[in-house]
Design a protein around this ligand. Sequence first.
Ligand SMILES: [Zn+2]
Length: 428
Amino acid sequence: MLNKNYEILCKLNLTQNNITVNDVIRAVNYELKNVAVQIIGRTIDNIQDGILDRFLGIRWNELVNKIVPWICPHCHERSSFVRRGRRPRKLKTSEGIIEFSLYQVTCKSCRKTFSPFPQLLGLKPRTRISTEFEEKIVKLALGNSYDKTSKYIEEFTATTISHTASRNITLRVSDNVSINHDISEFDSILIDGTKVKSGTKERGSEIHLALAPVKSIDKYGRKYNEKKILAFSIGKVDKKFKSQLSKYSCDNVIVDGDSSYSNLIKDLFSEATHRRCIWHIPRQVSHLLYMYKVPVKDREVFLSALIGILKNKDFYKAINEYFDFIQMFERLQFYDIVGFLKNAMSGIFHDKEDWNNNKKHSSNSLIEREMREINRRTDIGCRWSDEGVYKIVKLLEVNRHAMHNLDLYFKQNRRPIINLLQVSLCSK
Ligand SMILES: [Zn+2]
């Protein structure tokens, strides 16, 4: 392809007094942004012109029957095309709005006219926004309300975007990324739920999340657990959640005691050890004590006894004390607590060796941290729809724990920048 040279004319007006460093920075930024936008537009035009010259020949000297790098979308013709004008196109980018043309060709076989360039130039069909800009918006929207996202874009890029547009872009990306992994066997899978402010119910909607810790790595001197997101749903534990989760197997599965989870894990992971989250148990008992109107002070006594039992290093002693604990509530006629503790037993006590295995995952604390992140994002902005919240949480989790899928979606942004352009300053 031909090389092109552009000349940039830079005129300095130094007749004014009191010019500050800041004035220079702002003036250069402002002026060069416009030049950048123009260079991008012209370069895109030139690339298309170059391709057409190479495969169709230059005007009045056309090449005949040369195989071209595109196919006619109507009749699959591969070699006979003629140039047919150009159509203006605008693309919103973080550098501003780029104006360029899409060059068209007419297929000699079927006489239809089209532009082969959206595909050749990596322009997604119907999008009016560049992939690099799209990613910036999405990254901002994951941590901020759509409204704030638009404000940041306006402040830090050369363009603007409405909050509805940032929302639509973010949700579209969410639709197009998957949460899948190529690993299918895990040591432990953690399942838990939380309420988010969405939908029509006063207290919001329930979301369910299944995660698997894979390894702990040291980051900045702190232990950090790398996790994989496995399944995610909003509302009831549904078929989709189940089918997402059915792709995986594990040795241990940890739940908080929610009956919908117990049935799910019985079906899906019948061979795994079913564990109850040790962190949740005292909290759930505390809630039941509150329902029996037990004063806070007394509740604390019961809870510290329970925590003591769960921490007892001696497996048999711990079981005996647990039984005594149940009997105490029987005497008090707190039957809901008796039922709860009996039900939880099989998820707490497995065998002596297991009891003293400090390496196992015995709580859902890792997933709790995830829930806090989710609530942090879903608490801001106006009231969510279930669909909107589903999509943002999905994207949030993919960004945190299935990054490879986001890399795949934004693969254009991950390509190394080839040696396309050299700009140097030659002063005269
Ligand atoms: Zn054709």
